[in-house]
Each structure stands twice: as C-alpha cells, then as structure tokens.
Design a protein around this ligand. Sequence first.
Ligand code: ACO
Ligand code: LMR
Length: 589
Amino acid sequence: MVDIKILRDNANIVILGSHADVIQSMLDYDYLVGKSKPSIVAIIASGRKQERYFWGESEVTIPVVANLEQLSDAVRESITAALNVQSARRILSSTTQAVELLPNLQVVDIFAEQTPESHSLDLIKLAAAKNVLIVGPASVGVLIPGFMKLGAIGGTRHPQISHADILEIGDTAVVSTSGGMVNELIHTVTGVGLGISFAMALGGDRFPITTPAQALELAEADKHTKRIVYFGELGGSDEYEIAQLITGGKITKELIVYIAGTVAELFEEPPQFGHAKALAQTKDESASAKKEALRKAGAIVANTFSDVHNELTKRVVEKRVVTEPKIGTRKRSMIVSHISGEIDENVVLLGKDLMEAVENNSIASLVLSMLLGEQVDSKKAVAFVDFVFKLLVDHGPYVSGALNTIVSARAGKDLISSLTAGLMTIGPRFGGAINSAAAEWVQAVKDDVTPQEFVEAFAKRGGIIPGIGHKKYTIDNPDPRVKALKAFAKNTNGDQYLNFALGVEAITTTKKSNLILNVDGTIAAILLDILESEFNYSQQQLLELSEIEFFNALFVLSRSIGFTAHYLDQRRHDEGLLRLSPDDVRYIE
Ligand code: ACO
Ligand code: LMR
C-alpha cells in the first residue's frame, strides 16, 4: 500500500485526457503554494500540440501528445501522479497503460462516472499488483496540502482555492465517498480552524478501487494526521471493515464519522440514492446499522452534520493562521512566443536580453537556437549548421530557384517578389527534400528496415526517395559538398542515420548512376545523428522536427542569401526583360 508520505513530494503529473477547468485549478494550486513551475508535465490528448493556461497572472503552455509513448523516457520516469479524465469506457485501458509505462507512478485519480464495474474490479487487482494508489472511479480528486491537488478537489476557481486554507499542511484527514461532501468536509474542518493533512474522494461506485478502509489505513500510517473525518453512505459493508480495523487496533486515531442515508429507512422499499453503492439491500447495509457498528467499535459517530462541526470545534486548540495568497487579474494574450518577447520594456531572445544573445552567439548558434526554440551550447551542432549554412548559399544560376529570381528581377519585380519567386520553387525536388528525407531515415531506422527493404518498398509503390538523386552529380561525378559533409560527419557519434542513407545510395546507384545521396539527404542524415547524440532527441522528437519543417528551414535561410545576391546582381547589370527565343523552345504539335 502506498504511503501518503511518498506523495508529500513535488509531484510531476500527467493528465490522461483534458479538462481545462480542472487543469487550470491544479495550476492555480501549484502557483498559490509557491511552486516555481507547473506540476503538470504533459496532457495526453489528440489534435493539438499544447494547451495554454494561466500561471498566476502570466501564462504557460503545457505540451500535449497523443499517447504516453510519445513522451521521452526522462519525462515518463519523472511522472509520479496521473489524473484520468477520459471517458468511462477508456478508463481501464488508459489507467493500465499509465501504470505499465510510468515506472515511478504513485497515484492515479479517476474522474469518470459510469465506469463498468468489471473494469473497476480489474483495476483493484492492478493497484494491488503494482502497488499504485488508484482512487475512484467517480473521484473528484486527492489533495496533499502544500504539494499536490490532483483533480477538482478543493475547488476549481482560484479565489475558492486561495480562501479554502488548503495550501498548508494540517493534522486532519478527510476521506469521503462523495465528491461534493469531500469539499464540504474540507470547508468544515478549515472553517473551525483546523488544517487538512490530506483529503481523498473515493467515489460512490459499488467497487471503489481504494476502499474507505484502505484510505483510513493510509491516514493511520500518516504521521501528520492526528484525526480522521470520514463521510460514508448507506449500502455496502465498508464500515464493518472499518469497525474491525478499530477493534483490531489497526486504526487508533480519532475517527469522526458521518453516514448519510438514514432517511432511506422511512421508505417501505429501499430507495436507490445517486451513488451506485448507495442502496441498502439488507438491514446491515442501512445507515443506522453502520453507525451503530462504528459507534460500538469506538468511532465518534455524528447523528447530524452539525455534530461533525461541533466535534471538530472541541478539538481546536489554537485557530490556524490562514494565508490567502491572491492571484490578480489576468488576461489571455493574443499569441504566445517561446522565442522572444519583452520583459520590463527590454526585448529578450531565448530568455536572454537581446544584446546579450547577440554578443554571445555566432550567427550559426543564433540560427540553430532560434530554429530549435532553445539556447543550444553544442559546439559540434553549431559548427555543422555554420558549415551547412555556407554550403547551401548558392549553386549557380542554373538551379530552378535562382533562375526564377533572376527572371523576376529582369521583369522589373522588387526584391521581395523576386526572392519569393525563387523561394516558391523550393520543394520536393529542389532544396525542399531535407524534411522528408529526415522523416524517411528516422522511420526506417525506427522500424529496423534494411536499406534493401527500404528501396524495394519505394520501388514497389513507384515512389521517389527523398534525398536521393541529382540532375548534375553521379556516383562517378560526386557532389563535392556531399563529400565535405561526409568528412565533417566523421566527428559525430552514432552516424546511424548517415550509415543507413549511404546504404540506400549503394543500392540506388546500381540502378542509375545519378541516384546518389544528394546534399538534402546527407544534411538530413547527419543533422539527425547530431540532434540524437548532442541533444538526446528521441525519434518521436526528430519526426516532429521534420513535420514542422525544421530541416528545410536551413536550406530556405541559406539559399535566400544566394537568391538575394542574384537579384541584386541582375539589378546592377539590368539586361531588361528576359524572353526565350524560338530555338529555346521546341513546339511539338
Ligand atoms: N528515388 C527513386 N527513384 C528515382 C529517384 C529517387 N529519388 N529520382 C529519380 N528516380 C528514378 C525515376 O523514378 C525514374 O525512373 P524510371 O526511369 O524507371 O521512370 C528515373 O530515376 C529518372 O527520373 P527523373 O526524375 O527523370 O530523374 P532526375 O535525374 O531528373 O531526378 C531529382 C533528379 C529531381 C533530384 C530526383 O532524383 C528527385 O526527385 N529526387 C528526390 C528529391 C530530392 O532529393 N531532391 C533534392 C535534390 S538536391 C537539391 O535540390 C539541393
Ligand atoms: C542546389 O544546391 O541547388 C543543387 O543541389 C541543385 C542543383 O540542381 O544543382
């Protein structure tokens, strides 16, 4: 059984599914208890890459991934808590996957109602087998004051949370089958001047994954808990288990109990209350019988809810000094930039004052840092980008992009239009194959495909392998740039992607001599090796870089210099409008 003290550590939380109000309330809690950063490290949902929330009066973005496998090993290992807000039918599979993929997971809270009972029974077995505290289904959360608010528990608006006196640890545990009543009891405890040691809403299903008896055993073992307030209901037999724990000396701490549902005994037929378990099918399951059993065992059983308040009031030695940190007005910004912004009227770039960033970075270092969205300090990576930047700057006026810029300049177009004409030529055949080559190399290595199988798969579907082929160069007339890039790569670790790409070239060039590993394919391969060896990027992260066109950005930025130079050259020596002569074009009827 997990010990509450383990949860009294700064949790790293993953949200399975998404629930904006609950997530915001958890972030507000983190901020109000003084954390330096959100406890939520990721949201598992589809259709977006991040979600934006307030952090105090500011804003933060929480990364969103489609599944837990897409998180890096380091992030998965850092996660100690999960809030599952997915629909009932997905609870078993998603909770099981979380327990299996998150090696340091301590607690899961399940929000969904209507979870199939058979799934709850499976999760009871899973919790025991893996020693993970799984609370719910139909739970509003687990609260560990000062450390973690896992779920809606304690309130969903920051003024509520700030006012609730749940930011600092106290000595009274609250355990409740009902979500609404857990908040009511928290409010009652703090209202008389006591503090919460921890609070747990177990849910009102017939088979709670953590039972009331187990929750009370957690409280018994918790050194910060001096007394326990428990809210139960008619139906089921949990309270007899609790009575046995008391008489057996397993629960020795003061236990103040309220059992709801005596009104059911006024009906001829036992009524079904809101919670699935709240139906007294036998006399023993009635609220009165349960209260009597607990009273006999030695618990302090409240007849009315105000008795709970009165019993707690008797135990107040000195009212807690309540701090109520406030969150001021907040306004959602129009856009978020992780690259640059202003702090105190000063422009900052990647977290540094602009002038400091400029002074401390070479252009290659600035380019790579800005393209990756983080300050890089890998000398090898910066040296490679510097080399590539120079290598790609131009390849003569013959190539389609330069030609389009030249034609536009001679047509009297301005710089931006002529540059754009050239840039719009960059694509799958010319200059724009670096992204797709990178994706192919990563996927092939990830799938452990041989170069032979890779080439055959393309040939089978008549596809064109990105990064392979050139209009000018062949295996007998190699591209000097590719030769220089390979020489540079000797210094990078691993080279698994470069070696794979060279393996593909060895096959394609047996078919046609110009199907060489071209400059796009070579840059893609070496940059992948560097990102993996220098930055420890996962293959998922590399694929995401390809998907957002990071790799092509290098060609675009560098070749823009060449296109601009050709534009200025044409403007300097303006020969006027270019028109092909008839022998430049063959008209075939
Ligand atoms: N993968 C597989 N087969 C290819 C490839 C390739 N990359 N390139 C050409 N072929 C095959 C064609 O399918 C065709 O086969 P077929 O004769 O059986 O029909 C044959 O080779 C000739 O095809 P072409 O397109 O006429 O060959 P070309 O030499 O003109 O192609 C090009 C050169 C456009 C670069 C081509 O190789 C290609 O599209 N490569 C992939 C894109 C790429 O990497 N571009 C970057 C080039 S470097 C740069 O732009 C900086
Ligand atoms: C380039 O860098 O533009 C070339 O590889 C393309 C070409 O056709 O020369």
